[in-house]
Ligand binder design. Structure first.
Ligand SMILES: Cc1ncc(COP(=O)(O)O)c(C=O)c1O
Length: 428
């Protein structure tokens, strides 16, 4: 690809061999891919589940003679099965499993060099901002943070030195949506790579590679694994040359997923389609209930027709999921609810089968300076809910008792302190 010419700076390593999807997996539907893609019965006993290959190295038959596996940082059969699986789910060709979402992004950043400029969405996970602001900025990268809801602002931020456009959509925690196809057009017109963090949507609801993104990545920790029992990251790409460079980095920098974590994630993706449908059903009900309490202008849920970008959501996604943020106006009101929930657990993270609740300003986004948080509308009164797959009646009853007697309000009276959305079609 023309715009990826600068990648020639990164070597490739042909001896390891690329993790590539099995072509025959790609004709199956999403649920079938989720359960089977990348996996074949194990040849020794026919075990239907991919074994956990707990090994650091592989015995070689002679010098230069091996079964395609030399050392487990480079390749591990359990990890490969997960990598093929996630590549198939994202409708890509090559997958890479990392030790965490941040390890994945850090490795992606090694495609670039000191002097390169990055255009990044202003509302991204706090750890993404921290990696850029506290580490990579001091290694010669420069960053512009832009409201990527507006393609014109993104186009205006591109410079001749821009090599990367990074967006997270829907965004954490403000549930803002970016037009991925428009971003691909802007990035490629400017010889830059488009990288999309697809953690909030999961490939069940959104597949950025189909919309023109070059790299899609995830915190596997979240919906893909879905059971809150591991930390991991993964990326998928279509372009063989880009994959070869990423593979070199994967092995050379070494932030690879361990075999047991890869196995847990692989077990998780088998139910991704089922879980996402339930997250979506519960998310809609919870959002509806929250709207009744605090008004739609204080509920950030992409499934609400009043979400300012609901039309774009319907165009590029096939569902809405379980992530909801709600503006309660003050930290005290947020703390009141967070202190009273019983089923929702007060915790960082999201995307597990269990419901979680958090205050992003003091938790996931504490590393974003307060002025920056205020400028983008992320207040101390914002509460983020990750709706799980429990019985929704129990979740609503839990919220009902947690909101009861919330200071300073009757129903529908949460203070409206959030900076209002400035673009979008029609929401008041
Ligand atoms: C949207 C998003 N991207 C990336 C990450 C980082 O992933 P990890 O915690 O697996 O390193 C997170 C973590 O919360 C996230 O929410």
């Amino acid at each position: 690809m023309g715009w990826l010419r600068y990648l020639a700076r990164i070597p490739t390593n042909k001896s390891i061999g690329m993790t590539r999807v099995f072509d025959e997996d790609m004709s199956a539907g999403f649920g079938t891919r989720a359960i089977h893609a990348g996996q074949r019965p194990e040849p020794l006993a026919g075990a239907i589940m991919t074994p956990v290959y707990l090994t650091s190295t592989y015995v070689q038959e002679g010098l230069g003679q091996n079964k395609g596996y030399e050392y487990a940082r480079g390749k591990n059969p359990t990890r490969e099965a997960f990598e093929r699986n996630i590549a198939a789910l994202e409708n890509g060709r090559h997958g890479f499993a990392f030790s965490s979402g941040m390890g994945c992004l850090d490795s992606i950043m090694k495609l670039f060099r000191a002097g390169d400029h990055v255009v990044c969405g202003e509302n991204v996970y706090g750890g993404t901002f921290r990696l850029f602001d506290k580490l990579l900025q001091h290694m010669g990268f420069s960053f512009s943070y832009v409201d990527t809801r507006d393609p014109q602002r993104v186009a205006d931020a591109m410079t001749p030195a821009t090599r990367l456009l990074l967006v997270e959509t829907p965004s954490n925690p403000l549930m803002r949506v970016t037009d991925i196809a428009a971003m691909a057009e802007i990035a490629h017109r400017n010889n830059a790579t488009l990288v999309v963090d697809n953690t909030f949507a999961s490939p069940y609801f959104q597949r950025p590679l189909e919309l023109g993104a070059d790299i899609v990545y995830h915190s596997t920790t979240k919906y893909l694994n879905g059971h809150s029992d591991m930390i991991g990251g993964c990326a998928a790409v279509r372009d063989d040359d880009l994959a070869a460079r990423l593979q070199f980095i994967h092995n050379a920098a070494g932030a690879v997923a361990g075999p047991f974590d890869a196995w847990l994630a692989l077990r998780g993706t088998k139910t991704l389609h089922l879980r996402m449908r339930q997250h979506d059903a519960n998310g809609r009900e919870i959002a509806k209930w929250l709207v009744e309490q605090v008004g739609h202008e204080n509920v950030m849920y992409i499934g609400l027709p009043t979400h300012p970008q609901h039309e774009l959501v319907k165009r590029q996604m096939s569902g809405f999921g379980g992530m909801i943020s709600v503006e309660l106006g003050t930290k005290e009101r947020a703390a009141y609810v967070l202190g009273r929930v019983r089923i929702f657990a007060l915790a960082e993270s999201l995307g597990g089968v269990e419901s979680l609740i958090s205050q992003p300003a003091g938790m996931t986004h504490a590393s974003v300076p307060p002025e920056r948080r205020a400028a983008m509308g992320l207040s101390d009164g914002l509460v983020r809910l990750s709706g799980g797959v429990e019985d929704v009646g129990d979740l609503l009853a839990d919220l009902e008792q947690a909101f009861e007697g919330i200071p300073g309000s009757g129903k529908r009276s949460a203070p409206k302190t959030r900076e209002r959305d400035t673009i979008g079609s029609g929401a008041p």
